[in-house]
Design a protein around this ligand. Structure first.
Ligand SMILES: *Cc1c(COP(=O)(O)O)cnc(C)c1O
Length: 394
């Protein structure tokens, strides 16, 4: 018999009743250090007092307003994003996958309105993840995501990761945009080297193709800059944001330049909940905190400390780990064992991590995780690795 919850997830037998900072607690009082942060969503940890205050204050006033009306919280968050980034305009969604839908529509509409309706092709990369909608799975293109779901949305070209020749050859007069994650998340924490991001920008400038960056997982302070592309000193034409920006409240956004967004006039797109007052009140508070240079400096300091400790962990367990990879607080432990085994051993040791492709275990802690919690988390990962190692010998 099918469970009352559609069984699309293999859920761990863990059930949390309270969160605080980087800690999650089960009903029986067992505490876990959370290095998954809801897959990079709880950017400021659990139960952050300022986010609770922002949400509670808004909850006492208005929960929902149609986009038929002015929504001041939405306007304030858009202004803040425009102030802090390359973007001149913002559309709010409830998720990353909805941001992907709009990014693809926006790029195609741009060329349609410029009198080049044949420019519909979007170039994407193997190992990428852009969400589970029809456009999202078509963009990623893997069989795992698309098989069995009927005709796949057309107009996507999938290229191998890191093949510069193939990329150059693939861009043509029908290319609308190149879509890429500056740091692949689900694909196994694979950062795109700064040189490559610069090269992509140059290629787009040369050919006119729009550069769409998916910063749903790597954005909002995760890499130690407000957005990951800032490390390369380039800007995209369109950017997808979600996960961390809501700090745990469902919120996503598409940021764009005026030129890229030129086709999106009244009536061309919409969302009932997108830019909801509750979500935007929380999102504005997240942005106010994360965009502070001092906060980002702290993220980089913590990231350096965590990385150093993880290098030690890898060196101590050469039978379990291959390497540490990633950037900022978006780190991966490349494993020689099944990542699920390490994650499961982590549950026993009281630490939460997230498996990814390419045999990687992801560590995406809250951006404000304390030094003390980092030390404790690595000690628990060490315990988990020892248990996995014992299992290999047995
Ligand atoms: C999670 C994710 C998405 C999809 O976001 P949802 O909010 O789950 O729809 C898209 N792109 C990337 C890079 C992601 O990590």
């Amino acid at each position: 018999m099918i469970p009352s919850l559609l069984p699309t997830y293999n859920r761990a037998p863990l059930s949390f009743v309270q969160g605080e900072g980087s800690w999650l607690t089960e009903a029986d009082g067992r505490r876990f250090l959370d290095l998954g942060a809801g897959i990079a969503v709880n950017a400021l940890g659990h139960a952050h007092p300022e986010l609770i205050a922002a949400l509670s204050a808004q909850a006492g006033k208005i929960w929902h307003l149609s986009n038929l009306y002015q929504i001041p919280q939405q306007q304030a968050l858009a202004d803040k994003l425009v102030e802090e980034t390359f973007a001149q305009t913002v559309f709010f969604t409830n998720s990353g996958t909805e941001a992907c839908e709009l990014a693809v529509k926006m790029a195609r509409k741009h060329w349609h309105d410029k009198g080049q309706p044949e420019r519909v092709e979007i170039i994407t990369f193997e190992g990428s993840f852009h969400g589970r909608s029809a456009a999202g799975i078509a963009a990623a293109g893997s069989e795992k995501m698309t098989k069995g779901f009927g005709p796949i949305l057309g107009g996507f070209t999938h290229l191998p990761w890191g093949d510069h020749e193939a990329l150059r050859a693939a861009v043509s007069e029908t290319t609308a945009a190149i879509l890429i994650e500056p740091v692949q998340g689900e694909g196994g924490i694979r950062p795109l080297p700064d040189q490559c991001l610069k090269g992509l920008r140059a290629l787009c400038d040369e050919t006119g193709a729009l550069l769409i960056l998916d910063e749903v997982q790597c954005g909002v302070g995760r890499t130690g800059k407000l957005f990951a592309h800032e490390w390369a000193g380039i800007t995209p034409d369109i950017m997808m944001v979600a996960k961390g920006i809501g700090g745990g409240f469902p919120l996503g956004a598409v940021l764009a330049t005026e030129a890229a967004a030129s086709g999106m006039v009244a009536g061309t797109h919409g969302s009932t909940y997108g830019g909801n007052p509750l979500a935007c009140a929380v999102g504005l508070k997240v942005m106010e905190i994360v965009s502070q240079p001092a906060f980002l400096a702290e993220v980089n300091a913590r990231a350096g400390g965590l990385r150093q400790k993880l290098e030690g962990l890898v060196a101590a367990h050469p039978d379990v780990f291959e390497e540490v990879r990633g950037t900022g607080l978006m780190l991966g432990l490349k494993c020689k064992v099944a990542p699920a085994d390490l994650v499961a051993a982590g549950y026993e040791a009281g630490v939460l991590s997230v498996p990814a492709a390419d045999n990687v275990v992801r560590l995406l802690p809250a951006l404000n995780i304390t030094e003390c919690d980092i030390s404790e988390a690595v000690a628990r990962l060490d315990k988990a690795a020892s248990a996995v190692s014992e299992g290999l010998k047995a």
